[in-house]
Ligand binder design. Sequence first.
Ligand SMILES: [Zn+2]
Length: 406
Amino acid sequence: MQGVLLRGLSLLSAIYLLIFVGACTSDEPDPDDVGHDAGHDVEVDAEVGDTADVDAEHPLVDVDTGPSGGERLPFAVECAEPVDGVVSFDFDVDSSADAYTVVPFAFDEKSAIEPQSITTPDGMEIDFQGENFFQIYGLDYPGLQWGTAITVPAAPNFESQLESGSHELVIDSGAEEICYYFVEAEGTPTVLDLNIYLVGLEDIDLTASTAQDHEDFQSILTTVDEIFDQADLSLGEIRYMELEDAVVERYRTIYEEEEIYALVAQSEYPGSDVESALSANVFITERFVFPAIGLAMGIPGPPGYHQSLLSGIALTGEYIGDDEEGNIFTAIAIAHEIGHFLGLFHTSEVNGLIHDPLDDTPECRDFQPPWNCPGFDNLMFPMVNEGSRELTPDQSFVMHANPLTR
Ligand SMILES: [Zn+2]
């Protein structure tokens, strides 16, 4: 098993990337061989060539899947044309809601949006250019700037931002048409449904038709279930989804981040109703040829929005079945990326300067060495090791506030 220890990740890429640490350092590559900005300037193995060649040799597959993901949303979607680059939407929060998520997006799934604020019935401003900026952090990613999910309250220490009644969301955008949908969360959720896409794992006999009885894969899901049990959540319905052969062949090996965006866009709505849409897409590929093991398309990702560049998480399946440790690493990677998609940030970024907005998660300020870090055992530590699986009460709160848990 190859271990990768990254140094000096950029702030932006670090919020999504999960990398190995610790247990497998004996064959750790020379740091010079590892990209120092894993998100956008990845150096890969010499045999693969540089990333410019990858673009030319591995064009993205454009599969016609009919209407866009946004057109097929099973929620009430309201759209408007920005006036002088600004659009505002009114939405009502029911008094029974324990949390809500509003998802503004550009209908073309290309133009950038910039949420400014939500004004509550009491006149409070939730300021996405100020205190709540962390909620729109994912919009810094080129290609992913067209939509984002905003959950209120984002954390227990923002609980006072939850009010019932009429709210106004203001968004800046140069898009021709901006839309939004809105999902409320009520009560205490107990389950999370997954749509699993297996991409090129035939060599270990892991396909949509074998996964249900695949010993290694089922042990991985059991470990994911144990991790989420700390938040009183269980895996609910697991759907094993099929992909076209051309998609599998194209994306079984992931060379760069943009390919992951394109891969998750191959997701399909698992049904036509709200309940089936509120499920998380998990793509597992044969291998990743860049120094990360997983990626989530948002913190949180847009719940219930399938068939788009923002529709899920992806990770490498290259360690499945290696040994028990490989299965545990894979399980932790799945749980970690789902954690992002539900709204959890890394407890600390590897620069030691950025920490999640939660009060009860450990903060690490010096990653040399990372295993001495407070939070090394937390699921949302930015480097996975087989012990990094703890969840705190505040992290559970965030997972429960997300409408993907029900
Ligand atoms: Zn991560």
